[in-house]
Design a binder for this molecule. Sequence first.
Ligand code: NDP
Length: 483
Amino acid sequence: MIAQPKASHFVDGSYLEDKAGAPIEVIYPATGEVIAVVHEATPAVVEAALASATRAQGAWAAMRPVDRARILRRAADLIRERNQDLARLETLDTGKPLQETLVADWPSGADALEYFAGLAPTVTGETIPLGRDFVYTIREALGVCVGIGAWNYPSQIACWKSAPALALGNAMVFKPSEVTPLGALKLAEIFTEAGLPAGLFNVVQGRGSVGGALVTDPRVAKVSLTGSVPTGQKVYAAAAAGVRHVTMELGGKSPILVFDDASVEDAVGAAMLGNFYSAGQVCSNGTRVFVQKGIKAAFLKRLAERSAAIVMGDPLNEATQMGPLVSASQRAKVLAYIETAKSEGATLITGGGQAGQGGCFVQPTVFADVTDGMTIAREEVFGPVMAVLDFDTEDEAIARANATEFGLAAGVFTADLTRAHRVIAALQAGTCWINAYNLTPVEAPFGGVKSSGVGRENGHAAVAHYTQVKSVYVGMGPVDAPY
Ligand code: NDP
């Protein structure tokens, strides 16, 4: 299987190669096969990307928003027309099953392009009357934005960042994770075909050092990172040196609270979605499932039955429900967490090891009787490993759910809607669900509190993170100077 792109980078409207950069092998995690090789961006490639973005951005920002929007909508149409091929490429890049990539990855990217294309022309300033004089405000583009992506939703992340950035008049230089470099190049190709002027969306490959070079460049106005908390801390600090805008979409250890009166089927289904979709490699996953003691037995029984029936295997077979993890190192990390959970005394309900012959597969795994101090209750595993914890009272569950540095997401399952809203109000999380989990429509702001992030992607909220306000005082009479 070969998925070799035309070149490693996409700069100033076309593919660009510079083999002087260190090679990065792209591995299909279902088989371990090398499907492509790209080269890390050299300083010359980084410079070309930043220079072209800087050059192109001014004229783009000066265009009518409806004219920018038309190009983004065309890109969304091309994505939808080519979804089958794009989904296959996403599956090769990440190992996620086609069953998911066909409906979740590029389609949600296209949603973002359509949404921000519609929203951008409605963004206006305000007029503030001051008697004779007045002030008006303009929402201006920030300039050149850097996007840095994680490997779990590489194409969705590239779209979620570029759609608001471009719709609102910015240029973007995007660095995908070195583990999944292919989708963003396709996005650049599609933008160009849709009529995006050269230089407005550039893709440069590389590891953290390339990201570091982008983040510290004086031409960059904003950095939007999706990644882990430790990387977020480094990138945020680097951006602070230049007082740049940031959006930080970081990790989580999110709670799902299941009360005795909840629907067992719905709570089990949501907990599975929130731990096993994308083989558990989702930042907002509800990896601490707090189950009230009265419903625990019924919950665990259905959870074990439904988890054992998950179809694992060839991600290119549309019947497959769970594929491998993204890489051998991620599998090793997840298996180590599973062993630690066993040794710390959690009760293994199902799964608990690697699966299949070769490939980076890990069984869907459920631990019960997990306590707050155990490693799997505290650290982000980023694999198909669910921790079920017991609780007695609402106050206790809220306090324990909040006792973490993270605050990305949270969910509540109960038939009592008064309680649902009361509990959600008390939970420290940026993105919450009541009787649902992990649905992230582009219309809803997405992001975290505490160590899980700064800023929001999607929804109207994203406008504030890709624009800045210019305030203009207009004097209508003689200047009243005391000198
Ligand atoms: P990492 O934090 O390892 O990497 C994120 C990106 O940052 C990668 O492109 C990485 O490059 C780059 N990078 C690393 N170091 C630096 C640096 N010093 N300066 C600039 N860029 C740098 O995350 P993963 O790719 O492992 O993704 C998993 C993490 O992402 C999880 O913690 C998950 O929770 C989080 N995540 C958060 C989401 C959210 O929206 N809140 C959504 C999805 C994932 P390279 O990979 O080449 O080293």
